[in-house]
Design a protein around this ligand. Structure first.
Ligand code: PEP
Length: 267
């Protein structure tokens, strides 16, 4: 049973790709090619391209609303943090933020404790959060994937006000071994992990045992495999990396997500 309020979401993470000029042009093209009013679309360019993407999307009113997201946010509000960007600075530029992406866990040593502070900063400013969790290949092979994801969900939300974050929270299950590798999880694996995530949220006090929180799948999503995930009632869309830089791919992914969104609306 899918709560009526759970949206279908496709978010594109452009990582460290695109100059501001390229990003504006790409955002406008994707907005035009993915005009599916039933799908929540979010584009997450690099920080330096946020303004260009916001402006380009505002100039495409016929393409419907596409939201802008940042790929990261600092865990403090202000201070001597060279090169960092606070949640407050994102206001007017982004309404979403990706937190805890595995590339930041890997490259910037982000821990669950630090990530929970980032979630809190996002909450303070009303940013919608895409919280990324997911196991390494070793964890999966050792049969520890669910434990690992449970620990990440609990740790990343530790101390955060559950009632306040609930309307702003989306979780992306992104197995690390599937990110940028061309090797994606099975839809059934993603669904099993969505159940683990929601059970964990329920244990943290989220209403309706976490059923109201959207769970996305991420990891080598493309127009040819998105259907495997959208066929799972517990999966509410995708966080897309490499394919989100390709308008044809995004058009196919969002079109398939739109079929699910419309089918859900008719229930
Ligand atoms: C991501 O960056 O979150 C991601 C899932 O990347 P890719 O789709 O390229 O695997």
């Amino acid at each position: 049973m899918i709560p009526a309020m759970r949206p279908v979401i496709v978010a594109g993470n452009w990582k460290m790709h695109t100059t501001p000029a390229e990003a504006g042009e790409l955002a406008a093209t994707i907005a035009r090619r993915t005009n599916e009013p039933d799908v929540v679309r979010v584009l997450c360019p690099p920080f330096v391209s946020l303004a260009a993407v916001r402006d380009a999307l505002e100039a495409e009113p016929g393409a419907g609303a596409v939201a802008v997201g940042a790929q990261n946010v600092h865990h403090e509000t202000t201070g001597p943090y060279t090169g960092e960007v606070s949640a407050h600075m994102l206001q007017g530029l982004a309404s979403w933020v990706i937190v805890g992406h595995s590339e930041r866990r890997r490259d910037a040593g982000e821990t669950d404790e630090l990530i929970s502070r980032k979630v809190q900063r996002a909450l303070d400013t009303g940013l919608r959060v895409i919280l990324c969790v997911g196991e390494q290949l070793e964890d999966r092979e050792a049969g520890h994937a669910a434990d690992l994801v449970r620990t990440q969900v609990r740790g990343s939300l530790d101390g955060v006000d559950v009632a306040a974050i609930a309307p702003l929270l989306t979780i992306a299950y992104e197995p690390v071994w599937a990110i940028g590798t061309g090797r994606h999880a099975q839809g059934s694996d993603a669904a099993a992990m969505a159940a683990v995530i929601r059970a964990t949220l329920g244990g943290l006090g989220f209403d309706d045992r976490g059923e109201e929180i959207p769970v996305l799948y991420g990891g080598s999503v493309s127009s040819s495999n998105i259907g495997d995930f959208m066929d799972e009632p517990s999966i509410d869309g995708a966080l897309v990396g490499g394919a989100s830089l390709k308008p044809d791919e995004m058009a196919g992914i969002v079109a398939r997500a739109g079929l699910t969104a419309r089918a859900r609306a008719q229930r």
